[in-house]
Write a new protein. Structure first.
Length: 86
């Protein structure tokens, strides 16, 4: 089953346009979109295939962390997660 997983990580400084573009590029393989330009947070909505919402959240968190690292973003804590079936 396909799931939409929306995550946000909050920190202590505004995100730049270039940083969010890098995040968008990093989440594109998961049909993802990124957000956070000018905000003290960054986020993404990803599509994952999983058996249930718990597995979807786990996969989403892993993809999000990997994408943030690939984009060179700060390793801020995830402050919100939303999982919905597609």
């Amino acid at each position: 089953m396909l799931w939409s997983v929306t995550l946000q990580a909050a920190g202590d400084r505004p995100m730049t346009h270039d940083e969010i573009v890098e995040l968008a590029d990093a989440v594109a393989t998961a049909q993802g979109v990124a957000s956070g330009i000018g905000e003290p947070a960054y986020g993404a909505q990803l599509v994952v295939e999983a058996a249930d919402p718990d597995e979807a959240e786990s996969l989403g968190r892993a993809l999000f962390a990997e994408a943030a690292a690939t984009a060179g973003l700060p390793a801020w804590p995830v402050t919100s997660v939303d999982v919905e079936s597609e």
